[in-house]
Design a protein around this ligand. Structure first.
Ligand SMILES: *[C@@H]1O[C@H](CO)[C@@H](O)[C@H](O)[C@H]1NC(C)=O
Length: 293
């Protein structure tokens, strides 16, 4: 890049300069959240090992200074922006700041493997996120450095087309292989078929009657997208934040959000990206540098 004499105008979009000061973190709080037993966080059960390089847009979110702990998945949607679930970062945000130990690793099929790790310099959480009922569960994380794009790292395109029933989708994650099971270090993936919104609302209401102790929310099909495979196959704790990808186009249509832990025979629920186009387009950090001579 040649910069000639004259004034250089650098245009930085939201998030580029937001650098939180690292602070000491409260590990107990984090581990408290890691108690997935009664958490409705999205979670892959009954999947298969993902071929290496099959999900080049996927990042692993981790925290911890001495021992790294896996938190969630996320998807690279620009060289400065990762899309994830709001509930993935909600508990990492204290006294107005994200924990200084939050990192994102790209380019590895192991969450603790040899990928490239990035610091997070800021976030945007959807203003209508409601943690109690997991609604509008989406957030963006920004990096200060451009995410490098070697062979196995690449942003994913988002499709804002409305997704109906019977669409084949794929999800990958380091989530548990069963409620209470450990997080696998190798990335797993599974293909899931979308179901009709009304059916999802009905099936989730029935599941809530069947398992009242889980106290899970209802679904709202205009902002949430559901899949169902079969009992014993689906998402599980730790898959949250990862992208739901339409197999025919390879574009992201959803974010893993929540479900009945895990693969109990109820639908898995995702953020429906087609409902959030303006918020995503407004907040995505393209960080274009304009040089004026
Ligand atoms: C960052 O995340 C926290 C926790 O979810 C949220 O309270 C805060 O509003 C977010 N910041 C922005 C700019 O959205």
């Amino acid at each position: 890049m040649t910069v000639k004499t004259g004034i250089i105008f650098i245009t930085l979009a939201l998030g580029c300069l937001a650098i939180p000061t690292p602070k000491s973190e409260d590990l107990s709080q984090f581990f408290g959240h890691e108690d997935f037993e009664d958490s409705p966080d999205g979670r892959i059960v009954g999947g298969s090992v993902a071929p290496s390089g099959a999900h080049p847009w996927l990042v692993a979110l981790t925290t911890g200074s001495m021992v790294r702990s896996f938190t969630c998945g996320g998807s690279i949607i620009s060289q400065r922006t990762v899309l994830t679930a709001a509930h993935c970062i909600d508990h990492l945000f204290q006294v107005g700041q994200l924990t200084g130990s939050l990192r994102m690793t790209a380019g590895s099929n192991r969450w603790n493997g040899a990928g490239t790790t990035y610091f997070v310099t800021g976030n945007a959480t959807h203003p209508n996120y409601v943690s109690q009922i997991n609604k509008n569960d989406l957030a963006m994380l920004f990096t200060m450095m451009d995410i490098a794009l070697p062979e196995r790292v690449r942003p994913i395109a988002i499709s804002y087309e409305y997704v109906g029933a019977g669409v084949m989708t794929r999800v990958a994650g380091w989530g548990r292989t069963g409620a209470g099971a450990p997080n696998p270090s190798r990335l797993l993936q599974i293909d899931l078929t979308t179901i009709d919104g009304e059916r999802c609302e009905r099936d989730v209401a029935e599941a809530n009657e069947k398992w009242p102790n889980m106290r899970l929310p209802h679904t709202e099909s205009h902002i949430e997208l559901c899949t169902f495979h079969s009992r014993g196959r689906g998402t599980c704790n730790g898959d949250s934040g990862g992208p739901l990808v339409r197999v025919s186009s390879g574009k992201q249509v959803g974010i893993v959000s929540w479900g009945f832990p895990c693969a109990l025979g109820a639908p898995d629920v995702f953020v429906r990206l087609s409902a959030f186009q303006s918020w995503i387009e407004k907040n995505i950090d393209e960080c274009e540098y304009e040089y004026d001579e």
